[in-house]
Design a protein around this ligand. Structure first.
Ligand SMILES: NC(=O)c1ccc[n+]([C@@H]2O[C@H](COP(=O)([O-])OP(=O)(O)OC[C@H]3O[C@@H](n4cnc5c(N)ncnc54)[C@H](O)[C@@H]3O)[C@@H](O)[C@H]2O)c1
Length: 255
């Protein structure tokens, strides 16, 4: 058990990568606080974890809402005494080029994928400092590293997540706060299905996405969860400011 007696918050844990990460963390011995804007999905995951005999609870929280974050995190800090790990995973995909995106769409993308990480980390930082350490893990993307057509706001948000990870790592190191991110390729989740559905030919888009991965398939949420477990564990105690690319080889083999 690599996360025994740790308390971990996972945002966006109602589906996809967050859901798998919450379950993997629990199986490694962590108590997991499942956070999602969709309270039904979050409580479903927490219940599944509890049924397996592990500790979990769910909380409804919109990670774009500063007031809600302050309230939820301060209550959590009081009730849990010590939180060890924060996984900033909640994210959405708003497709469009700069020509097509409305200001509202741009803001929604940046608020959900980027500003939320600042807000969550800002509100937990003092707690980590007081406890002489903590771990922050962010979900970036291969879109942090390459530009994707018709995906301007998403790529910009994820590139910024990777840089924010490095900056937080530098600031946190003296206080034993480690900060890393993962950069997934295309992963089979409700979010990616939404991305395909938004393309003119969803089936062709899916086939093209699969063809981008030399390993010959898209990722499973569990592929990413395993990376998060590693980065959260003591096996990664000398790793901070890094980006773990988990992409079936996509970045090695771009057309
Ligand atoms: N699926 C992929 O191919 C892929 C690739 C690279 C990066 N990512 C990133 O991985 C993360 C998870 O994506 P996924 O594919 O598992 O998505 P998903 O849509 O399957 O799950 C995301 C979860 O986040 C929740 N959520 C959305 N907005 C929220 C908010 N404002 N507050 C709290 N919760 C909110 C949703 O309700 C949902 O349960 C995202 O940051 C995404 O950008 C996904």
């Amino acid at each position: 058990m690599r996360l025994k007696n740790k308390v971990a918050i996972v945002t966006g844990s109602g589906a996809g990568i967050g859901r798998a990460t919450a379950k993997f963390f629990a199986n490694e011995g962590a108590k997991v606080i499942c956070i999602d804007i969709d309270s039904n999905k979050a409580s479903e995951v927490a219940e599944e974890i509890s049924k397996d005999g592990n500790k979990s609870k769910s909380l409804k929280l919109d990670v774009t809402n500063e007031e809600e974050i302050s309230k939820v995190l301060s209550e959590l800090i009081q009730s849990e005494i010590k939180i060890d790990i924060l996984v900033n995973n909640a994210g959405i995909t708003v497709t469009g080029s700069v020509e097509d995106l409305t200001t509202q769409e741009w803001d929604r993308q940046i608020d959900t994928n980027l500003r939320s990480i600042y807000l969550m980390s800002n509100k937990i930082w003092k707690h980590f400092k007081k406890n002489k350490g903590g771990i922050i893990l962010n979900t970036a993307s291969i879109a942090s590293k390459i530009g994707i057509a018709n995906d301007a706001a998403y790529c910009a948000s994820k590139a910024a997540v990777e840089m924010l990870t490095r900056c937080m790592a530098k600031d946190g190191a003296p206080d034993n706060i480690r900060v890393n991110c993962v950069c997934p390729g295309f992963v089979e989740t409700p979010n990616i299905q939404g991305y395909f559905d938004a393309q003119p030919d969803p089936e062709a888009a899916r086939k093209f996405a699969i063809s981008l991965h030399p390993i010959g398939r898209m990722g499973k949420p569990e592929d990413i969860a395993k990376g998060f477990v590693f980065l959260a564990s003591d096996d990664a105690e000398w790793i901070t400011g890094s980006s773990l690319v988990i992409d079936g080889g996509l970045l090695t083999a771009l057309p």
